[in-house]
Design a protein around this ligand. Structure first.
Ligand code: OAD
Length: 249
């Protein structure tokens, strides 16, 4: 499979994206690196190099120490709210404007795609900006300020971020929409994901099995690199604008 250290976008990859009647894009934490948000699995800088996901991102962790989990997400929410969409996010918003049928499937909870202008998107792992009741699952927008974890006004259970933790199911509607897009798209562009976390990691092979062209953008090799039709090596904030420029040629 062609694997390139990018100076130019391969003509055939650009052609496939230009001609796609239905373009799907799958993103992971790598798309937001150039906005100053760390990934999870990068060796030195990833969140899981510094923090233990079992202590912060599982239902059991929240049951054991809700305050630790609440505060960790509050810290990440602040980081995300200070960040701005980068050239990669803006290029994906541009792809939505240019393509007849489009779906962005993101594993990110940071909301930067929406802030960049994407509207046709599913957030597979939820949104760090939303809060829900940990018992009833209802979305909550107001709560009593407290030094501890705020409580649901209706049932008194602690509130939690509306994100998907390890061992939890993905929001059903979002996963169905993502799998349907994988089955019907002409091209699946996979940007900035280690392609290690399922079910999102299964989408590229589902798309390819249904006849789609899979194009990967990532500065590093991933388990997807060997099977992708094209792998464009480089940071998303640089490769994606180059891709948009190539579409105009
Ligand atoms: P990972 O941290 O697993 O992978 C990030 C990917 O981004 C890696 O493949 C990097 O090589 C790549 N990357 C780094 N810098 C980049 C750049 N400038 N441009 C493009 N790519 C770059 O993050 P995800 O694949 O998103 O789930 O992880 C998937 C899920 O695992 C997350 O949603 C999160 C995590 O645990 C939950 O919290 C449930």
């Amino acid at each position: 499979m062609p694997e390139l250290t990018l100076n130019t976008i391969p003509i055939k990859a650009a052609q496939a994206i230009r001609q796609a009647g239905f373009l799907a894009v799958l993103t992971g934490a790598g798309i937001s690196v150039e906005s100053g948000i760390p990934t999870f699995r990068d060796a030195q800088t990833g969140l899981w190099a510094k923090f233990d996901p079992r202590e912060l991102a599982t239902p059991a962790a929240f049951a054991r120490n809700p305050k630790l989990v609440w505060d960790w997400y509050a810290w990440r929410r602040e980081l995300v709210n200070r960040a701005k969409p980068n050239a990669g996010h803006r290029a994906i918003a541009e792809l939505e404007r240019r393509t007849p049928r489009f779906l962005l499937i993101t594993q990110n909870v940071d909301g930067l795609h929406r802030r960049a202008g994407n509207r046709k998107l599913v957030e597979l792992h939820g949104s760090i900006d939303r809060v829900k009741c940990s018992r009833e699952g209802t979305i909550v927008t107001h709560w009593q300020p407290t030094d501890n974890v705020p409580l649901c006004a209706s049932c008194g259970a602690p509130l939690r971020p509306d994100v998907v933790w390890f061992e939890e199911m993905l929001p059903g509607g979002a996963l169905t929409a993502a799998e349907e897009a994988a089955r019907h798209c002409d091209v699946l562009l996979v940007v900035g994901t280690s392609a290690e976390v399922y079910p999102a990691a299964a989408l590229p092979s589902q798309a390819q099995a249904a006849g789609a062209t899979v194009v990967e953008i990532n500065p590093n090799r991933t388990p997807l690199s060997a099977s992708a039709d094209y792998t464009l090596r480089g940071p998303a904030g640089w490769v994606l604008p180059a891709l948009i420029a190539a579409l105009e040629r």
